[in-house]
Ligand binder design. Structure first.
Ligand code: SF4
Length: 323
């Protein structure tokens, strides 16, 4: 159950990729909050900036990427200005991560127990070897893996189990926020569903928030409380998850929803989104979606729309059609 209190506030976040002769603005001044206990999803086509936002929140942006503006506040503290010591406490203690490739995330030549205990002991040395081992046992139980398997190597586990181990590591220090970037993409649909159900159960039991990124809009709607839809580095709509399909306000959100097959109800014709997202180094002057939008007007081609809140829909959207 999420509260209305913002835990992470993102304001005017801007991230650039610096090339030899050009700068591509991958994230262009976006604003959103993640509330306590909330699962917040970021949706959009590949290259729209979702993972770039996640990396910026975790302070993992590396050159040629550069966070060139804005603020990320954790309970009021300015994350982008944390010094080294504060950053060490921030990572894993307050914010942890589960990425797509569990196979690559775990070191193949080190038993899993050591990998979990390493995270615990680095951040909580006071627990000692014994305390870290006990916590590792608890974490295995939490994610449904028998603790007798703790000293096995990663290759001795299935893909789904390896991803559960990554979730266990992410939970090791009871973080407030877990960033999950395509956490189930490499898994088959049955395992994917098991893992998502387990994350939902752990979230409601432990109360952490989640930033969830996936290209699977159906999965995201099922799992998330609210969803931000990104297009070409900007948020074009932020709405309760159920509204994304049933009451989308932005033409891109509608088009995105129409690109996915419904799991229930009558069969419908799927419509793709014609065209491709714009080159970030040569963006259109007005609305970035205008070249692909069936409703584009003259105003759209010269004036970028602003993200505004529409209380009647409980959503924010950036589109001139709504004004
Ligand atoms: Fe389409 Fe104009 Fe709305 Fe952009 S602002 S999504 S071009 S109607």
């Amino acid at each position: 159950m999420s509260s209305d209190r913002a835990m992470i506030e993102v304001r005017n976040l801007t991230v650039d990729y610096i090339g030899e002769n050009s700068v591509a603005r991958a994230v262009n001044g976006i604003d959103f909050d993640i509330r306590e206990g909330e699962a917040f999803g970021l949706a959009g086509e590949s290259g729209c900036g979702k993972s770039t936002v996640a990396f910026a929140l975790a302070r993992l942006t590396r050159l040629p990427g550069l966070v060139s503006g804005g603020q990320v506040r954790l309970n009021g503290e300015d994350v982008l200005n944390f010094d080294k010591a504060r950053l060490k406490a921030y990572r894993w203690n307050e914010v942890s991560f589960v990425f797509q490739s569990a196979m690559n995330a775990l070191n193949p030549v080190i038993p899993v127990s050591e990998q979990i205990m390493d995270v615990i002991q680095t951040h909580k040395p006071e627990l000692g070897q014994q305390g870290a081992r006990e916590r590792a046992v608890e974490l295995f139980e939490l994610v449904g893996i028998p603790p007798r398997r703790l000293d096995d190597f990663p290759h001795q586990f299935s893909g789904g189990m390896r991803q559960r181990i990554c979730i266990a590591i992410a939970l090791a220090l009871n973080p407030k926020l877990i960033i999950m970037d395509e956490p189930t993409t490499a898994l088959d649909v049955v395992v994917q569903r098991d893992i998502i159900e387990q994350i939902v159960e752990l979230k409601s039991r432990l109360g952490f928030s989640v930033l969830f990124i996936t290209h699977d809009l159906g999965l995201m709607i099922e799992f998330c409380d609210r969803i931000g839809v990104m297009y070409s580095g900007e948020l074009v709509e932020v709405a309760p998850a159920e509204s994304i399909l049933t009451n989308p306000q932005h033409p891109y959100t509608r088009a995105l929803g129409n690109s996915f097959p419904p799991l229930t109800g009558p069969r419908v014709r799927l419509e793709g989104i014609a065209g491709t997202p714009p080159d970030l180094r040569a963006l259109p002057q007005g609305c970035r979606f205008a070249p692909r939008c069936p409703h584009a007007m003259d105003q759209c081609r010269v004036q970028p729309p602003e993200l505004r809140y529409y209380p009647q829909h409980r959503s924010e959207a950036a589109c001139h059609l709504l004004n």
